[in-house]
Design a protein around this ligand. Structure first.
Ligand SMILES: *[C@@H]1O[C@H](CO)[C@@H](O)[C@H](O)[C@H]1NC(C)=O
Ligand SMILES: *[C@@H]1O[C@H](CO)[C@@H](O)[C@H](O)[C@H]1NC(C)=O
Ligand SMILES: *[C@@H]1O[C@H](CO)[C@@H](O)[C@H](O)[C@H]1NC(C)=O
Ligand SMILES: *[C@@H]1O[C@H](CO)[C@@H](O)[C@H](O)[C@H]1NC(C)=O
Ligand SMILES: [Cu+2]
Length: 724
């Protein structure tokens, strides 16, 4: 820390604005030499190997293998050498001596919260343990491996519905089985598609009753990739292959769409390659970047501790949640750090499609639990996914045989100055006032993008110096589309029958929802917190009391049990939702708190008895509050694949436990209804929505009052040649 929050920055923009700035603020002597200053060049902490790599991969620099990583914090992910150790402990474990299980996940078994919060830098780490989910003879095993003892210290076998996340080799199996089937080949040929041009994707099958239990099922659907890299826009409609991946056999092939033509490849391309369809880019802004004269003002210490301005937090990749923020703390005026959140992450992502057809009804994905938001996160694209001066973090994940592998550059951290205002005031010049006071707003963003098949999700955690945290989800990538015989809506006999929008010739973008449920273990000034609802209600004045008839009053209600904190958002019955620490008071006696500010409020409207909604019952409310419990982490259940809804947030919370002045977890669902439109073709412009965690009576006054404005002399003036 130590550095001022107010970094010097400078935007190189179009020449015209540059001249404008130049003419308003004549350059002062900044002591720059004529040589290109370092801040004028791209400088990132980015690994150059862009592929995900096995650590055995030759030709990768040693430092990028993470061979020498050692854990330095109780929450640090397992390192390469720790994963290797877990693998060798497991291979010597009696039940697996003859044959090895397939490892679906292998990650740190986080120590108890109390051990983590008591731990101080320099203390020995709490015992390092791995939590392993493995499949062995089609049965799910949960294992705990103690690295210090070198032993398997816990082993539970799961019976009943639900499976671990699908592993890459499960998906490969499904494709192999499909491609080697004669009936499938015939169906493809009957559509006039060359077998060399098909591209099939593996879809999770959801859960539709007991018939599908006891076996792991994947549905395969195919597209034509002839003449396009955007095969998603060329569906072979109605052909669905249902595969039992453990038995390696096809359960069913349905082929109902033979009359539906495969949409043409025309206009589907989006890759900036030699095939790029656009030679003329049209009017576009000039290249642009934020310059930081003194470099970024954040640090990433010990691999995972991010320190910036008044914030400090632990950041790590996670195979399932994607990105996890832990122990977020903000500095008080006296220099002490105060806790805000113990842990925050995307717990589940539910995406139901709205089409009851045989080839569509099952599409009700749980992307975190079925595919993994970290597992599907690829390396970020420099300068486009993240700006200059971004810091990139790698992930160490494991393959199904328990080998560590490196997913490079999957998280980026950067400071953002987007020209926004932190606070301001000016006075109209009456009574001799001449006040023009303003502060620029700079924020810090941690970002990850998951490419779950066709869709891309952009996850941002944005920290502001005023204490606000904004959690934003952006949606981009390709629509999941349905083939149709029609090229124009005028040809459609009854458009009321459509389950989506015609987005291109023979292509329907089917209506669907996205619900991202966040787990937010708030610790406002400590673990024991309460959830308080401030309901705005209309009060009526007494006759003759006031010229006013009505006014609003905020009525405060502390939630005693979980039922009091199950919130359905309503525009005409508004409330604020605070998490407070009842025993920590501000100077004025108000309990310290943070409020959750909802955004993008779409609710799931499916029938509560509909199979997808039973599994995703965690979306029945937008807000829930539960007492902290280490095993209640995944809103859709630990084993979300083909789950039947027995282990969801809704089930846990039906116990209606006490939540007042307890260590509580806040759950928030950010929802999107998506009625596709033509602009979403062939790749969607990002749609985003966010919610906020905002301090309320947490600080005694505006926490960014004591900040310096930016002056012209603070900023260098770059010439177009990149020199000062
Ligand atoms: C199906 O077609 C593929 C590609 O031509 C071929 O490799 C495979 O052997 C065929 N499978 C069967 C069962 O005919
Ligand atoms: C068109 O479809 C809607 C919805 O299926 C149906 O209610 C309506 O009767 C249909 N109209 C005609 C003219 O068939
Ligand atoms: C929270 O309250 C419980 C009693 O309800 C107490 O046992 C516990 O120590 C408190 N925890 C903290 C961190 O203050
Ligand atoms: C923690 O959660 C699990 C799963 O809901 C439950 O079985 C267990 O009883 C809970 N523990 C406590 C102490 O409530
Ligand atoms: Cu969508």
């Amino acid at each position: 820390m130590g550095k001022s929050n107010y970094v010097q920055f400078f935007i190189i923009m179009a020449i015209a604005p540059f001249i404008f700035i130049y003419s308003r603020y004549p350059p002062e002597n900044l002591g720059c030499s004529t040589a290109t200053p370092p801040w004028c060049t791209t400088k990132t902490h980015r690994k150059t190997n862009l592929r995900s790599t096995s650590i055995l991969d030759a030709g990768i620099p040693d430092s990028d293998h993470h061979f020498t990583d050692t854990p330095l914090h109780p929450l640090d992910p397992l390192t390469v050498s720790e994963i290797n150790r877990v693998r060798s402990i497991l291979s010597a474990y009696e039940p697996f001596l003859l044959s090895s299980p397939s490892i679906n996940s292998l990650s740190l078994d986080e120590p108890e919260k109390i051990e983590v919060t008591r731990w101080k830098t320099g203390d020995p780490l709490p015992p390092r343990r791995a939590s392993v989910t493995a499949l062995f003879d089609g049965v799910t095993h949960f294992l705990t491996v103690d690295l210090g003892l070198g032993l398997v210290t816990g082993h539970d076998v799961h019976t009943g519905p639900g499976y671990p996340m699908l592993a890459p080799n499960d998906l490969t199996t499904a494709l192999e089985v499909t491609y080697s089937d004669l009936e499938f080949n015939r169906s493809i040929l009957a559509r006039g598609v060359d077998l060399n041009d098909i591209n099939c994707i593996t879809l999770s099958s959801g859960w539709y009753g007991p018939d599908e239990e006891g076996k792991r099922i994947v549905k395969v659907q195919c597209f034509s990739s002839q003449d396009t890299s955007n095969f998603y826009m060329r569906p072979i409609e109605g052909l669905t292959v249902t595969v039992d991946i453990d038995k390696r056999k096809i359960i069913k092939i349905t082929d109902i769409g033979r009359g539906i033509p495969i949409p043409k490849a025309t206009n589907t391309e989006y890759e900036y390659t030699t095939n790029y369809p656009f030679s003329d880019m049209g009017p576009t802004p000039n290249p642009m970047s934020m310059e930081q004269l003194k470099g970024p003002s954040f640090t990433v210490d010990d691999g995972h501790i991010v320190k910036w301005a008044n914030w400090v937090f632990h950041l790590k990749p996670d195979i399932r949640a994607g990105m996890v923020i832990s122990q977020a703390m903000i500095r008080a005026e006296d220099g002490k750090y105060r806790s805000v959140m113990y842990k925050g992450f995307a717990s589940e992502l539910f995406v139901p499609y709205m089409d009851p057809d045989e080839a569509w009804y099952f599409k009700s994905y749980m992307d975190a639990g079925e595919f993994g938001l970290g597992a599907t996160a690829m390396s970020l694209v420099e300068l486009n996914d993240c700006p200059r001066h971004a810091y990139y973090m790698d992930a160490v994940f494991t393959t199904t045989d328990g080998q560590p592998f490196i997913q490079p550059n999957i998280i980026c951290i950067f400071e953002r100055y987007a020209g926004d205002i932190g606070w301001r005031h000016s006075e109209i010049p009456v009574m001799g006032f001449n006040i023009r006071e303003s502060r620029a707003k700079v924020t810090l963003v941690a970002r990850m993008t998951a490419s779950v098949g066709n869709y891309d999700y952009i996850f941002d955690w944005e920290f502001q110096t005023d204490g606000l945290i904004r959690i934003k989800v952006g949606l981009s990538g390709m629509l999941m589309v349905k083939g149709t015989p029609y090229e124009n809506i005028n040809d459609i006999p009854n458009t009321s029958d459509m389950t989506g929008t015609l987005v291109s010739e023979n292509v329907i973008g089917v209506v669907h929802d996205h619900f991202v449920t966040f787990h937010l273990d708030m610790d406002i000034d400590g673990a024991n917190n309460s959830f308080v609802k401030f309901n705005l209600v209309k009060e009526e004045t007494l006759p003759g009391q006031s010229p006013r008839k009505s006014y609003l009053k905020a009525k405060r209600k502390v939630a005693k049990t979980e039922d009091d904190a199950k919130i359905k958002l309503k525009l005409y019955d508004p409330s604020e939702f605070h998490v407070i620490n009842p025993s920590q008071r501000s100077r004025l006696g108000n309990p310290t708190g943070y409020k959750i500010v909802p955004g993008g409020t779409a609710a799931s409207l499916l029938d509560h008895d509909d199979a997808p909604q039973i599994r995703a019952a965690f979306t029945n409310n937008q807000i829930w509050v539960t007492p902290h419990n280490k095993s209640e982490t995944w809103a859709g259940g630990v084993l979300a694949s083909q789950s039947n809804g027995e282990d969801t947030l809704e089930v846990w919370s039906s116990r209606n436990r006490e939540i007042e002045n307890k260590d509580i977890v806040l759950w928030y669902t950010l929802g999107f209804h998506h009625i596709p439109c033509q602009e979403d073709f062939p790749v969607m412009p990002t749609v985003s929505s966010s919610f906020e965690l905002k301090p309320v009576n947490f600080f005694d006054r505006n926490p960014i009052l004591r900040t310096k404005p930016t002056f012209p002399k603070d900023l260098p003036v770059c010439s177009t040649a990149g020199t000062c």
